[in-house]
Design a protein around this ligand. Structure first.
Ligand SMILES: [Zn+2]
Length: 329
């Protein structure tokens, strides 16, 4: 065993010396771009990688147990915003972290960090795609399985992590809950800088209304080491931000200059199945309030969890659901 490992260690050491990008792990362009990740991180060439394109005609419709979002409406102090040279990270300092359970998850998963992926302009930037549609930005909330105690340990197990992924869409209005995050960006434009948020932060405020409809599949980290340990939950309803709010993310810098894009291209889906969760009260729950102002900017007072305000993909997915139901007959 030792004899087989030694040449590998030697080869890796040699690679470390020869690599022209010493000091920079990975990037999104050129010799350190996604096409080269597998040269240093073998798992990036795996068969169950993320992101993927989700074809809604091929999903398997399911009704999973409700997801419990624990601590998501708490006001959290000691929240840090940092630039790690690849993305904007939001981390919680104190010990009582929000957590999730339920849905496809068989245990409690504890919050580790959240971060963003974006593109050069508003026409692309998300990692996963829905019917080959890209969104301008995507939020990843990363949680590790409680029994593994840390992300470091969790990535050694196939059920180690869950990532709640949310897409962004451009809106005419600013999203007020994002003011402080966007404001903090100008203080972390340089790589490896950090600021603390001035006000308490609530997870629920930055999420969309409908947290019941989501796609779920098994995949990987979308950055090296690309470990295939992630239960992905891609929520269907996008979060709506103003163009200026999304644009502010593109001002961040890595050691190579502005991070104008930081999304990995889609990977083959292979033998995987994507599940689409619709709750069993779908038909009544999906009714739209006649008094609801569709143009109203999202505010805290208008938030109602699990309530859909006429989300644009709904009619199409309703049609798809109907077709799937008919196919089963
Ligand atoms: Zn990510």
């Amino acid at each position: 065993m030792q004899l087989t490992i030694l040449p590998l260690v030697f080869a890796l050491a040699l690679l470390e010396v020869l690599t022209p990008t010493r000091g920079e792990d990975f990037g999104y362009d050129g010799v350190i771009g996604p096409r080269h990740w597998s040269e240093r991180y073998r798992e990036c060439a795996g068969k169950h990688q993320s992101p993927i394109n989700i074809n809604v005609l091929r999903v398997k419709q399911v009704t999973l147990p409700d997801i419990m979002f624990i601590g998501f409406d708490d006001s959290i102090d000691g929240v840090h915003v940092s630039n790690n040279g690849h993305t904007v990270l939001i981390e919680v300092e104190n010990e009582l972290h929000p957590r999730v359970r339920g849905g496809p998850l068989e245990a409690d998963y504890v919050f580790s960090q959240m971060h963003f992926h974006w593109g050069d302009n508003d026409t692309f930037g998300s990692e996963d795609k829905i019917n080959h549609r890209s969104f301008p930005m995507e939020l990843h909330m990363v949680f590790f399985k409680e029994e593994y105690k840390s992300v470091k340990e969790a990535i050694l197990h196939p059920d180690g992590l869950t990532v709640l992924a949310f897409f962004y869409e451009v809106d005419r209005h600013q999203h007020p809950a994002y003011d402080e995050i966007v404001g903090a960006l100008q203080n972390v434009t340089e790589p490896h800088t950090q600021v603390e948020m001035e006000h308490p932060f609530s997870f629920l405020n930055i999420l969309p209304y409908d947290l019941r409809r989501y796609f779920t599949y098994r995949g990987s980290l979308t950055t090296p080491p690309c470990s295939e340990v992630v239960i992905w939950l891609d929520f269907e309803q996008p979060i709506r931000l103003a163009h200026e709010q999304i644009k502010a993310f593109r001002e961040l810098k890595s050691t190579h200059g502005k991070i104008t894009h930081n999304f990995r291209p889609i990977q083959p889906i292979g033998d995987r199945v994507v599940f689409y969760n619709i709750d069993s009260n779908y038909f009544t729950y999906n009714e739209i309030d006649p008094d609801e102002d569709e143009d109203a900017a999202p505010t805290k007072s208008s938030r109602r969890r699990g309530h859909n305000r006429g989300f644009s993909l709904t009619p199409r997915l309703f049609f798809v659901s109907l077709m799937l139901a008919m196919l089963q007959l």
